[in-house]
Design a protein around this ligand. Structure first.
Ligand code: PHE
Length: 454
């Protein structure tokens, strides 16, 4: 028997699930990591601009394609543009989803590990050297990260095999708001630490001379990654959206919630960071795992707050991993008529295997920890290829598809089919047709030039 595709229970439930996909390690781990690597406030500024001119217009575009076709990414392009090659964009999204899931789950695994480390009281006393060593123990051992990766993928696979309503919706409702409240509490503590001012300056006072093409491409990539765009996640979530829900207002809610969590995470990390000896903003993927424990060691009830924080971050990560796995799963269920559980288990297993090199790239295996010539770890390399470039290329193609192939008029008709007018439709049309693709093309060309020609 063919399984029903399922729909969201209500608009609120949809917003929460989409926000659940958007809000995750991208906000709490990746945003501070990139902000630290790319010069602080200058990056934040470009990021906000990128959310407005690239992120939100694309979010609307993906949701609209999804709701219109009620299909997975490959099926959606085939439905709107039969006989053309546009469905390849759908395949690109499916492959990207599996790859992002592979390394994302490694970091989610560290977070799970930190639940136990924090709960055991290991951060008491706030010895910075010890806190650094704990990160090494959790991540550079050859077995622990793989076991943690397995746990994350297994939970994700289980939830996805249960379907849209029972699986995805239930989790996100209560827990997202709780994470946000905890973040605000931690931000207050971090901002009141002795010496916090330097961090605030780094985070909020932009030095415009730091803006170069790497900052811009990083910021656009981060805006897309954080809003789960460019690989058909929001397209797929939109495909479970009933015809009566308003796409525009839902998009704004999701974007504001997402940016709000990322911004607050920065307010937690940077003030505290500058109070720690020998730690620089350019730490890379391990940044938050070295800074947060220091805060937890300095607040009353740090053990409870710290443990709660990592539990909530685990949940935020899982509401994102399920959206990553949902994209390829929807493809197999729709196009290949596979059973949901069978698709989920197969794809989960593949992602697990692909994740192993990333799990071993923080010291577990030397070669993977600093790849010769490029001198970065395998996990960061995966993030650059799949979490940045692939999403940017996917987004460019989706913008061109909606702006020029399907046409903005058809898209607006779909958005307004609820009977409600799309207030900013003219602005959106200009953005998705011209500004969004142009911004991406210029940046891509500039980067290629900088890397290969100069
Ligand atoms: N947006 C998620 C996060 O910020 C990650 C993600 C990227 C999820 C792409 C789905 C697709 O954590």
């Amino acid at each position: 028997m063919e399984e029903r595709r399922g729909t969201w229970g209500s608009k609120l439930k949809f917003i929460l699930a989409a926000a659940g996909s958007a809000i995750g390690l991208g906000n709490v781990w990746r945003f501070p990591t990139y902000t630290g690597l790319h010069g602080g406030a200058a990056f934040v500024l470009v990021y906000i601009i990128a959310v407005c001119i690239v992120g939100i217009p694309l979010l609307i575009a993906e949701l609209t394609i999804g709701r219109h076709t009620q299909r997975n990414p490959v099926g959606a392009f085939k439905a709107i543009s039969p006989g053309s090659k546009w469905f390849i964009v759908g395949y690109l999204g499916i492959i990207t989803g599996v790859f992002i899931l592979s390394y994302y789950s490694v970091i989610a695994g560290w977070v799970v590990g930190y639940v136990f480390v924090t709960a055991s009281g290991s951060f008491k006393g706030g010895d910075e050297e010890l806190i650094r060593r704990i990160f090494e123990v959790v991540t550079s051992n050859p077995y622990i990260p793989i076991l943690l990766l397995f746990i994350v993928i297994a939970i994700t696979t289980y939830i996805i095999s249960r379907g849209v309503q029972k699986g995805i919706e239930g989790w996100t409702k209560v827990l997202m708001p709780l994470l946000f409240i905890l973040l605000i509490g931690l931000a207050i503590r971090s901002l009141t630490l002795h010496g916090a001012f330097k961090g605030i300056q780094f985070y909020l006072s932009p030095d415009l001379s730091k803006i170069d093409s790497m900052v811009i491409i990083g910021a656009i990539g981060q805006a897309l990654f954080s809003l789960s765009l460019g690989m058909g996640t929001m397209l797929t979530y939109g495909s479970y959206l009933s015809k009566k829900e308003d796409i525009f207002s839902s998009s704004l809610w999701v974007a504001v919630a997402d940016a709000g969590v990322a911004f607050t995470a920065g307010l937690v990390i940077f003030p505290a960071l500058f109070t720690i000896h020998g730690l620089s903003p350019e730490e890379g993927p391990s940044l938050i795992f070295k800074v947060l424990p220091v805060i937890f060691s300095k607040i009353p009830g740090g053990l409870i707050f710290g443990t709660a924080f990592f539990i909530l971050l685990t949940i935020a990560a899982i509401t994102s991993t399920i959206s990553l796995l949902e994209v390829p799963t929807a493809y197999f269920v729709d196009e290949k008529k596979w059973k949901r559980w069978k698709s989920a288990i197969l794809l989960g297993f593949i992602s697990f295997l692909l994740g192993i090199p990333s799990a071993l790239s923080m010291g577990g295996v030397k070669f993977l920890s600093s790849i010769p010539i490029i001198k970065i770890d395998f996990l960061s390399l995966m993030d650059i290829i799949w979490g940045n470039l692939s999403l940017i290329i996917g987004s460019l193609l989706i913008a061109i598809f909606v702006g020029w192939k399907w046409g903005v008029k058809n898209a607006v008709d779909e958005i307004e089919s609820t009977g409600k007018k799309f207030a900013l439709k003219n602005l959106w049309k200009v953005l998705i047709k011209f500004i969004t693709p142009l911004a991406i093309i210029i940046i891509l060309l500039n980067t290629v030039y900088n890397y290969f020609v100069k």
